[in-house]
Design a protein around this ligand. Structure first.
Ligand SMILES: [Zn+2]
Ligand SMILES: [Zn+2]
Length: 379
């Protein structure tokens, strides 16, 4: 089955603000909530809406989605985040958010379900050359990981883990509350064990009972060839440790490319400005042009004007998606000499005399004549 575009699912356009996304999501979630909706396939639609919202409400994931579409999330091995996101998602939460806690009296309780760990975003600065050729670098990224002392249980020793006395291991308790609709009973997460159904007598001294500790993880970053400022990559599973057996979050690396002194990037093309002399422009020349791949000889024809553009094929940047190389554009800048040697001055004076003799019109008049000729509408 083809996956629908997330923007289409939420009925918004690509320039939607965070607020627009939230509004669209709230009204659709209300419409399709399986507990209240009478729509056909409400549950499937609800999940679709939920999934779209998960991506578009997270600026990191949204950028990723805008760049690569659904492929951004299912190219990776194993489960994409959408499966994981659902397990962590709780119908009870959303229900109480919209209808007021427990108004219907029987929302699903917040049992301790597997929750995906939080995603982490880091920026990485690379040089212009590194952005073209890619590179590998090991970064230290602070993230929550399983506590090595208690292996995530949060207990000092296995005998410190007991069945919760308040909920007798179910992770849920029933609370009575007064609402607009009268007295209602709600099943809710056990406050004693926070839904785990387990009580810890002596907490692990390393993590203080959390089961996770902050560590600096070594992560090998493979910078793709051709990456640009603002683009990012996702490294699955290198975010924070998941909760209650849920998968780890992901690590997003956003790149900042330091500008080059001589090259400018325009899409997949690279642009360079090359100065040439009067005589090279007039007589033509073969000049050496630097490219990121080394020097290339470029033939400049006689009579080249300033700002003339030449293209050197496939000496640009590699497109991150298509892997196709762009070109290098060479913009010519004819340099007027500012200080002439005696000899140069003499030669220019000679040249000026010849120009006066050959041209019976001034340069301006010739230019004007050409301009008007070229502007004439063709018959
Ligand atoms: Zn621990
Ligand atoms: Zn409990």
């Amino acid at each position: 089955m083809d996956k629908r575009d997330y923007y289409e699912v939420l009925g918004i356009n690509r320039s939607a603000t965070e607020d627009d996304i939230k509004k669209a999501y709230r009204s659709l979630a209300k419409k399709y909530h399986p507990d209240v909706s009478t729509e056909k396939n409400a549950e499937a639609k609800f999940k679709e809406v939920q999934e779209a919202y998960e991506v578009l409400s997270d600026s990191g994931k949204r950028t990723q989605y805008d760049q690569f579409g659904h492929a951004a999330f299912d190219q990776t091995r194993g489960q994409g985040f959408q499966g994981a996101g659902f397990e962590g998602f709780d119908f009870g939460d959303i229900f109480s958010a919209f209808f007021g806690g427990g108004a219907r009296g029987q929302t699903q309780a917040n049992r301790a379900r597997p929750r995906k760990g939080a995603d982490i975003q880091r920026r990485m600065t690379i040089s212009f050359e590194e952005s073209i050729f890619g590179k590998r670098e090991t970064l230290k990224v602070p993230a929550y990981d399983e506590c090595p002392n208690c292996h995530g249980t949060g207990a000092k020793s296995p005998s410190d883990i007991k069945t919760c006395s308040k909920c007798r291991g179910t992770g849920e308790v029933t609370v009575e509350s007064q609402t607009l609709f009268g007295r209602t009973q709600t099943r809710t997460t056990c406050p004693n064990c926070r839904g785990t159904g387990k009580e810890i007598i002596n907490k692990c001294p390393t993590c203080g009972g959390d089961g996770r500790i902050k560590v600096n993880k070594d992560v090998e970053i493979r910078v793709p060839e051709g990456i640009e400022t603002g683009q990012q990559i996702r490294i699955e599973g290198f975010g924070n440790k998941g909760m209650f057996g849920g998968p780890n979050g992901d690590l997003y690396i956003v790149f900042d490319v330091t500008p080059s002194d001589i090259f400018t990037r325009e899409g997949d093309d690279i642009v360079i400005t090359m100065p040439i002399s009067f005589s090279q422009a007039a007589l033509g020349a073969e000049i050496e042009v630097p490219t990121v791949y080394g020097k290339v000889l470029l033939k400049i024809p006689a009579g080249t004007q300033s700002n003339a553009k030449f293209r050197i094929r496939e000496k640009g940047a590699t497109n991150v998606r298509s892997k196709v190389k762009g070109d290098q554009h060479v913009i010519i800048s004819v340099i007027t000499p500012q200080r002439l040697s005696y000899e140069q001055k003499k030669l220019f004076e000679e040249l000026a005399k010849v120009e006066d003799a050959t041209a019976n019109k001034s340069a301006w008049e010739r230019f004007k004549a050409n301009f008007i000729k070229s502007k004439k509408p063709s018959a």
